[in-house]
Design a protein around this ligand. Structure first.
Ligand SMILES: Cc1ncc(COP(=O)(O)OP(=O)(O)O)c(N)n1
Ligand code: TZP
Length: 211
């Protein structure tokens, strides 16, 4: 199993400070392997402090911290990498700034050509979605299970599925062969986030034949 594999949690935009740290630690205890800090607020100092605290927590559980959109914040906080979409800095620019060891993930929506291009340019993973309707991002383009199966056949780099994924529908997504499930509400809106994370981690292990 490579390090870009398993449950990938993304922080919800309405949760900050100790309450966010507490929920994230519950997910890490439950087996979450990758955390993305996604905070589009403008308060740079607050974002830096939050990213550093999340980094400390991720190190304790040997999980990766990825920053959404912002290479400066990635460098300042010591995170392992960035996630970039079509409105963000290019992959080449981010690689030049962050270096060969950084993890750089690219949003590909439902666009297989964009994914092939990102792969050829050295992305560490590509993300497809929204797989299901997402209350977090209701206007997100849709990429269904069939597209994930096609991506698995055509691409050899790690694949992420995102959008409307829950502990209930997670097996149908993992079954397509993707490496990671990226989730917000399906984890953070659960009454017991640790239990939800553990359930998904166990589903991954069962599919890999590694209980
Ligand atoms: C793992 C992962 N996949 C997709 C996204 C969406 O990224 P993007 O299209 O850049 O949109 P915003 O997240 O910036 O609103 C993601 N963040 N993470
Ligand atoms: C950021 C993003 N990009 C596509 S769907 C989505 C939101 C995912 O959140 P949720 O897991 O709550 O549907």
């Amino acid at each position: 199993m490579h390090r870009l594999s398993g449950l990938y949690a993304i922080t919800p935009r309405n949760l900050h400070g100790p309450a966010l740290l507490e929920q994230v630690e519950a997910l890490l205890r439950g087996g979450c392997r990758i955390l993305q800090y996604r905070d589009k607020s403008q308060d740079r100092e607050q974002r830096l402090n939050q990213a550093r605290d999340l980094g400390t927590l991720c190190r304790k559980y040997q999980a990766l911290l990825i920053i959404n959109d912002d290479t400066d914040l990635c460098q300042a906080s010591g995170a392992q990498g960035v996630h970039l979409g079509e409105d963000d800095m290019s992959l080449e620019q981010a690689r030049a700034l962050l270096g060969p060891e950084a993890v750089i993930g690219i949003s590909c929506y439902n666009d297989m050509e964009r994914a092939h291009q990102a792969s050829a340019q050295g992305a560490d993973y590509v993300a497809f979605g929204a797989v299901f309707p997402s209350s977090t991002k209701p206007l997100a383009r849709r990429a269904g299970l069939e597209l994930l199966r096609q991506a698995r056949k055509e691409l050899s780099l790690p694949l992420v599925a995102i959008g409307g994924i829950t502990p209930e529908n997670a097996p149908s997504v993992i079954e397509t062969g993707v490496d990671m499930l990226a989730m917000i509400q399906g984890l953070f809106a659960q009454p017991d986030p640790e239990k939800a994370a553990r359930r998904i981690d166990q589903t991954f292990k069962a599919f890999r034949g590694n209980p």
